[in-house]
Structures are given as structure tokens and as C-alpha cells.
Design a protein around this ligand. Structure first.
Ligand code: AMP
Ligand code: ZN
Length: 490
């Protein structure tokens, strides 16, 4: 019974710099495109944050009954690293001594496995850049036809200055073309570009380049920005509702996507440009290329020197949800420990809902609480405010459990329904007690080790051996060394 439905959602639009009322092109339907990963290495926790941010938006829009076509692409065409002659995927193929397509497959699998562990809902369509080379070539032909792109030595570039004569290059990132020209180095005469701001739509491949395709201009490969224009227009149309990605994609990637769409279709492709902020580590952006990153599997296993212990995917997701998607979030062990406490408290309260005594009145404004939860999410998907609301109800549930407050059966039912919907369907948390129960098992084993030590000190070897053997039968192996006992669980 969501009371505040889609007609009151506000979304912060990077294009206008304002929170705007969310009005979809077709009532009840949403077209959403989110830039996916470049599959040349394991997805890190920063990438994951961006995908979780959009998963939550997707989940909420679903929850309020909207029909969403959600497209998230896979960038499986290698793109050049600055001035290098080798693209990222080929470079990885050389280092790992495998074929580029093996690199693509390996890291696409990793991406899918990781997202599944963190309970992300797969998009409606997950197109790949390689699967849309023909569409990209067609777009380039259109841009050349409109004299907004030019060919030089087998490569094709977008003519930013020509485009800017009748459009506004920099509209999203609020960059001014004159400043851009002023601040960039003059071309050294080696480049095929007319201006340094021009960007590649098609690149002629060097002979050693492995991933290349035929085109009217050369055997080569498409520029990075083009794939998203090709795939978003193919699956969502020339104009759709939401275009998302990490903040770092605003410029040049999204700015170039806008220019390409204006050039091809005379329209900015999306009504709402949504950007998720960065996850930082030690105050700097988490990034694959600089090595300042933590892998999701290291957090789940606890195998990283930053961490004192392992954390479950739901705890990490809860940690991320405690920050608004547009705020920077810094990863630290202390923050994760605090999130784990909060998550456990929440799961305990949800469990307690099944063992609550009802009475004939309710000492809490349940309707108001439900409305506040929707208000939080309708206000630019404000998950930290939603979590604050959730903890208000947790506090109340705990009071009722302690018989210090009262609740009616009908209100208890409403609380149960809404709490489950917000916690599991919208925030995407899972009742994943494995970590907590693991911690509990570990505490029980510690107690048994203590009892075994006491039996040995008392020379009651029958008992001490029994404890060791029974634990072994249960798959728990005790290891004695240097007067101390630790254990492994098989
Ligand atoms: P990439 O595979 O590098 O194209 O990145 C995939 C997505 O992750 C993009 O939307 C990036 O903006 C986003 N991203 C990269 N680094 C971070 C970070 N440290 N925090 C949040 N999102 C990030
Ligand atoms: Zn993109």
C-alpha cells in the first residue's frame, strides 16, 4: 500500500544541478541506462558501490510498481590508457598470457559472481560493446554525414568545435569550451585530430592490435563513448528517462555521449543524469589502475590487512546504504564494525517481530512512520534517512519486546510488512546470519577449548580426549602448539 507513489519522487539531476520532480516519458514506465564495467580486472569495492547505488534505485522504482527497462552494458572492447599504444584488455591478455576474449570472459564472470553475492538484481538487458559494432559504425556514418565528424588516416574523430557552433559542449560537466581549449596542450603535429578536445569515434588499429573490426575507414575499433550511445538508443530509444554512472564518468564520457546523441538524434539522450559518488580508501578514490583498492572477496574472507575480520555482503551493503549515494564514502575497518553492529541489531529486531505480545492499542504512529519511509526514498533515494526511520521502529519493537510499550495486532502486521519490504526488497539486504552465527560457533568452540584445558590440568584425560575427538567428528580440528590451542573448521 505505498501511499506516496512515483508522482512525488524527486531526483537530483546533474544536468541542472537541482532536485527535480521525476516525470517519466511514459507514465508508469522507466527507461534507465547505467554504464557498466570495463572487464579487464576484478571489480573492486568502489565499482560495486556505484552498481549497488543503482540497484537500490532500481529496487525502489520496482517497489512502487513502476515498470523499468534497465540496461547496463559490458565494456568488452579494449580502450587505450592515455598515450599508450596498448589497450587495457590486450595489456591484461599479454600479462596473463591468455587471449583477449579470455580476459573478457574471466572478468565478466567475476563481475556477475560478485554482483550475485551482493544480491544485485540483474538488469533487463546487458548488452556488450563487441555485440554492437555495426550500430556504432552506423552512428559514425551519420555524424560524418552531418559534418560533425571527420576521417583522418583511417581514424574518425568527433569535431567538438564544429558541434559547439550549434550546441553546448560542456553542458553536463559545466566546462567551458574556451577554457578547455585554453587549458590543453597544443597538438604536436603528430596527432590526426584537428583539436585536442576532439575525441575518437573510430581508431585505426596498429598491426599488433588484436581486437579489431572492419569498417569503411579501417580495420580498427570504436571509441569508448560511442558504445553507450549505440546501446542506449537501440534498447531505450533516442530519449529515455535516467542515465546513470559513477561521478568520474561525467567528463569526458557522459559529456561525449550527450554530444554524440545530439549529433545523431538532435536530443540529449536522457532527461535525468544521475551520478553516484566515489568510495574512497584512506581518503583517495578507490581505483584499479592506482592499486588503491579492496576486492569484495577480500572483505568477505577478511583477507586484507586493512580488516580485523571478515564481513558479510549484507553488512557491506548496509554500510553503503548508510551514506547517501551522492556523498563520498570512506571505507575503514571501524566503520564496517559499526555497520555490522547496526545490521545485527536490525536483524534481531526483525526476528523479534515473531515473538511479540499484542494488546489493544499501539503507542506509536505507524502510519506516519510508513509515510516517512516513503518520504525518505522519494527525496532522491535518501537511504540514510530511511535507515534512521528504520531504527526508530527497531527502538519501538525492542520496547514492546521488553513489555515497556504496546502494539495492536493490525499495526504489528503493517510494521512487519513494511519493514520486510524496505529492508529486503528496497535496501537489498539479506537475512544473512552466517557471519553472526559463525561468530557464535567460534565463541562456543573457545568455551570447549577452555573446558578441555581445565580437564587436562585436572588430569581428566578421558574428558579432554572426548572433547577433542567429538569436535573432530563434528569437523572441528584442534591444533595444540606452544602451549596454546587454536582450531580449524573443515
Ligand atoms: P570502470 O570499470 O572503471 O568503467 O568502472 C565501472 C563503474 O564504477 C563506473 O560507473 C565508475 O564510475 C565506477 N567507479 C569507479 N571507481 C569508483 C569508486 N572508487 N567509487 C565508486 N564508483 C566507482
Ligand atoms: Zn557509458
Amino acid at each position: 500500500m505505498p501511499s506516496n507513489k512515483s508522482n512525488s519522487i524527486k531526483i537530483y539531476n546533474s544536468l541542472t544541478g537541482k532536485k527535480e520532480l521525476f516525470k517519466t516519458i511514459t507514465k508508469g514506465y522507466v527507461g534507465m541506462y547505467v554504464c557498466g564495467p570495463t572487464v579487464y580486472s576484478n571489480v573492486h569495492l568502489g565499482n560495486l558501490r556505484t552498481f549497488i547505488s543503482f540497484d537500490t534505485i532500481y529496487r525502489y522504482l520496482n517497489h512502487i510498481g513502476m515498470k523499468i527497462r534497465y540496461i547496463r552494458n559490458i565494456t568488452d572492447v579494449g580502450h587505450m590508457v592515455n598515450d599508450s599504444t596498448e589497450d587495457r584488455i590486450s595489456e591484461k591478455a599479454r600479462i596473463e598470457k591468455i587471449a583477449p576474449m579470455e580476459v573478457v570472459q574471466k572478468y565478466t564472470n567475476d563481475f556477475h559472481d560478485t554482483l550475485k553475492k551482493f544480491n544485485l538484481i540483474p538488469p533487463s538487458i546487458e548488452p556488450t560493446a563487441q555485440g554492437h559494432i555495426i550500430e556504432q559504425i552506423e552512428l559514425i556514418k551519420t555524424m560524418i554525414g552531418k559534418k560533425l565528424a571527420y576521417e583522418k588516416n583511417g581514424s574518425v574523430y568527433f569535431d567538438v568545435i564544429e558541434y559547439n557552433n550549434s550546441n553546448e559542449y560542456g553542458i553536463l560537466s559545466k566546462r567551458n569550451i574556451e577554457d578547455l581549449i585554453h587549458n590543453t596542450r597544443k597538438l604536436d603535429g603528430q596527432s590526426d585530430k584537428k583539436n585536442p578536445q576532439d575525441f575518437a569515434l573510430w581508431k585505426k588499429a596498429e598491426s599488433q592490435h588484436i581486437m579489431k573490426w572492419h569498417s569503411p575507414w579501417s580495420l580498427g575499433f570504436p571509441g569508448w563513448h560511442l558504445e553507450c550511445t549505440a546501446m542506449s538508443s537501440k534498447y531505450l530509444g533516442e530519449k529515455f528517462d535516467i542515465h546513470g554512472g559513477g561521478m568520474d564518468l561525467k567528463f569526458p564520457h557522459h559529456e561525449c555521449e550527450i554530444a554524440q546523441a545530439n549529433a545523431c538524434f538532435n536530443t540529449n539522450p536522457a532527461n535525468y543524469w544521475v551520478h553516484a559518488n566515489m568510495l574512497t580508501l584512506n581518503g583517495s578514490k578507490m581505483s584499479k589502475s592506482t592499486g588503491n583498492s579492496v576486492l569484495p572477496k577480500e572483505i568477505i574472507s577478511g583477507d586484507n590487512k586493512l580488516l580485523s575480520k571478515a564481513f558479510s555482503p549484507s553488512v557491506i551493503r548496509f554500510f553503503m546504504m548508510q551514506a547517501h549515494y551522492r556523498s563520498i564514502l570512506d571505507l575503514s575497518n571501524d566503520a564496517l564494525v559499526a555497520s555490522e553492529k547496526g545490521y545485527n541489531k536490525l536483524m534481531d529486531a526483525i526476528d523479534n517481530l515473531d515473538n511479540i505480545k499484542v494488546s489493544n492499542k499501539t503507542e506509536f504512529n505507524v502510519k506516519n512512520w510508513i509515510s516517512n519511509c516513503y518520504k525518505a526514498m522519494n527525496d532522491d533515494f535518501n537511504t540514510p534517512i530511511l535507515i534512521a526511520q528504520i531504527f526508530d521502529i527497531v527502538k519501538f519493537i525492542n520496547l514492546v519486546k521488553a513489555e515497556k510499550a504496546k502494539i495492536k495486532a493490525s499495526d504489528l502486521k503493517d510494521i512487519k510488512t513494511k519493514l520486510n519490504e524496505f529492508v529486503f526488497d528496497v535496501l537489498g539486504l539479506e537475512k544473512n546470519k552466517s557471519n553472526t552465527s559463525n561468530d557464535k560457533i567460534k565463541s562456543v568452540i573457545e568455551i570447549l577449548i577452555e573446558l578441555r584445558d581445565k580437564a587436562r590440568n585436572d588430569k581428566n584425560f578421558k574428558l579432554s580426549d572426548k572433547i577433542r575427538d567429538d569436535l573432530k567428528n563434528a569437523g572441528i580440528i584442534l591444533n595444540d602448539s606452544n602451549g596454546k590451542t587454536d582450531f580449524t573448521i573443515n
